[in-house]
Design a protein around this ligand. Structure first.
Ligand SMILES: [Zn+2]
Ligand SMILES: [Zn+2]
Length: 280
C-alpha cells in the first residue's frame, strides 16, 4: 500500500532537500509560498516569548538531573539474570513513546487553535508554525526544540526517583521491569522532537545520525515527508515512526476524527488550514 504517491509528496509539500530550487508548486498567484517568508510563519515565530524560554530551560535542567539519578539507580539495582525482560520492557517503552508522539501530534494538528488561552500560544503554536515552515525547527536551538518534551517527563521521572529513595531493595526489584519501561518511555518522549528535527535536517548531520535514520531506529527523513503533505492528515508518529504504517492500514486517525466530529461537530484541522492559507 502506498500511503502518498511521489506526485502527492512533490506537489503538496516543501522541497526541504533542495533549497536552491525551493519553490512551492503554485497553482495560481493566490497560493502562499511555504517557508520562513510565509505571513503565517512569521507571525507564529514572533510569538515565542522570553517567559516560555525560561520555563523550557528550567524544565530541561530538572528533567536531565532526574534522568541521571534514575539511570544511576537502574544500574545499581541491575540484575543480569533479568536481562530478557528488561529488553522487552525497554522495547515496549520505545513503542509506547512513538504512539504517544502520534497522539499528541495528531491532537495538536487536528484540534484546538492558537487563540486558546494558555495552551494555544505555548503548545499549539509550534505545530502550526511547523506545517507552514517545516525548516524552522532546524533553526531552533536545543532549548526551543526539546524544552516541552523534557517537561512532560518530569512527573514520571520524579515519581521513579521517589520510589528509588523510599522503597527497600526487594520492593525495587519487584518493580524493576516496570521502571525500565517508564525510563525508556521517558527517554524517547524527551528526544522525540530532536529526532523530528533531524528528520528535517538534510545538511550537516553526523554520519551516525543518518545511519540511525537509515536503519529506522529513529524517524527517517523520507518517511516523515509523508506527513508533510497538505492537509497533514497521516503519519503523525515522530519518534521512531514504527507505528505510522500499521496505524494508517487500520485507518486509525481518520476513524478517530470521524467519531470526534460526529460527537462534537468540530471540523478536523480547521485552524491548521486557516494558518496555512494566511497571506498577510
Ligand atoms: Zn504535523
Ligand atoms: Zn515535521
Amino acid at each position: 500500500m502506498v500511503v502518498k504517491s511521489e506526485a502527492d509528496i512533490l506537489h503538496n509539500s516543501m522541497t526541504e532537500d533542495d533549497p536552491n530550487s525551493n519553490i512551492q508548486f503554485s497553482e495560481g498567484e493566490g497560493k502562499p509560498r511555504w517557508g520562513p517568508q510565509h505571513a503565517g510563519a512569521k507571525e507564529l515565530a514572533s510569538q515565542y516569548t522570553f517567559g516560555k524560554r525560561i520555563q523550557e530551560i528550567v524544565c530541561l535542567v530538572i528533567s536531565l538531573g532526574l534522568m541521571v539519578f534514575n539511570l544511576g539507580q537502574l544500574c545499581w539495582h541491575f540484575d543480569p539474570s533479568n536481562l530478557h525482560y528488561i529488553i522487552i520492557c525497554a522495547g515496549l517503552g520505545i513503542i509506547t513513546a512513538d504512539f504517544c508522539s502520534g497522539v499528541v501530534h495528531w491532537a495538536a494538528d487536528t484540534w484546538g487553535s492558537v487563540e486558546l488561552p494558555i495552551v494555544g500560544k505555548a503548545f499549539i503554536r509550534p505545530f502550526r508554525e511547523h506545517h507552514i515552515d517545516p525548516t524552522a525547527i532546524t533553526r531552533h536551538d536545543f532549548v526551543e526544540t526539546n524544552g516541552d518534551n523534557f517537561a512532560v517527563t518530569i512527573p514520571f521521572l520524579a515519581n521513579m526517583a521517589y520510589h528509588f529513595v523510599t522503597l527497600t531493595p526487594q520492593q525495587i526489584q519487584a518493580e524493576y521491569n516496570w521502571q525500565c519501561f517508564v525510563f525508556l518511555l521517558a527517554i524517547f518522549v524527551s528526544v522525540t522532537n530532536q529526532c523530528h528535527k533531524w528528520s528535517h535536517t538534510y545538511f550537516g548531520l553526523p554520519w551516525y545520525i543518518t545511519l540511525l535514520q537509515d536503519c529506522h531506529v529513529i524517524l527517517p527523513r523520507k518517511h516523515h515527508r509523508i506527513h508533510h503533505v497538505a492537509p497533514h492528515e497521516t503519519y503523525y508518529c515522530i519518534t521512531t515512526g514504527w507505528l505510522n504504517y500499521p496505524l494508517e492500514c487500520i485507518g486509525f486517525w481518520s476513524r478517530l476524527e470521524a467519531v470526534i466530529e460526529a460527537v462534537t461537530g468540530s471540523k478536523p484541522r480547521s485552524d491548521d488550514l486557516k494558518w496555512a492559507t494566511k497571506t498577510h
